[in-house]
Design a binder for this molecule. Structure first.
Ligand SMILES: [Zn+2]
Length: 171
């Protein structure tokens, strides 16, 4: 399959992580920037794949990533294939886009006016479990240092504050 394209973006090296997706022109708020495509798989298959990646992580064999999105009650979408340009979009603690499912299609949508040259980002929405495996280098003023869902940020801040206290006591 050919790589997905969008008139709005280009992929290049990113300061956040590896490659990133950047605005090729100004993108108004509400724009469907690019579709997130991949392989449609059952929930059971998705669980198997996610587990496999986590296992590989633990064994430090490979630094795999999970690109699985919930599509509906029955199916998930695995965006690992190379033709899925949207897989290069990085997480940010102050994102300018979000993921939305519209009639069975996953879209990356601008939630702010994005200026030409800005990096596109969205909230990966990661679970707070194993947050230490996912450090964040987004560089946003409000960056919490780890990739966790926005809803878990207050919880994470509490955990980090406790850790800091403990570290001080040890000294
Ligand atoms: Zn961050």
């Amino acid at each position: 399959m050919r790589k997905t394209k969008s008139p709005y973006i280009k992929v290049r090296k990113s300061g956040i992580h590896n490659k990133g997706v950047f605005a090729k022109r100004d993108i108004p708020k509400g724009t469907r920037i690019i579709e997130y495509v991949g392989e449609k798989i059952t929930k059971a298959e998705a669980d198997d794949r996610a587990e496999k990646v986590i296992e590989e992580h633990k064994k430090k064999e490979k630094k795999g990533s999970v690109y699985i999105f919930e599509l509906n009650k029955k199916y998930d979408l695995d965006g690992y294939p190379n033709y899925n340009t949207a897989r290069w979009i990085n997480h940010s603690c102050d994102p300018n886009a979000e993921v939305d499912i519209i009639r069975g299609h996953i879209w990356i949508i601008a939630i702010k006016d994005i200026k030409k040259g800005e990096e596109i980002s969205y909230d990966y929405g990661y679970d707070i479990d194993d947050f230490e495996d996912h450090p964040c280098r987004c560089g946003a003023k409000n960056c919490v240092g780890y990739i966790v869902s926005e809803v878990d940020v207050p919880k994470l801040k509490k955990i980090l504050a406790k850790k800091k206290k403990k570290a001080k006591k040890k000294k």
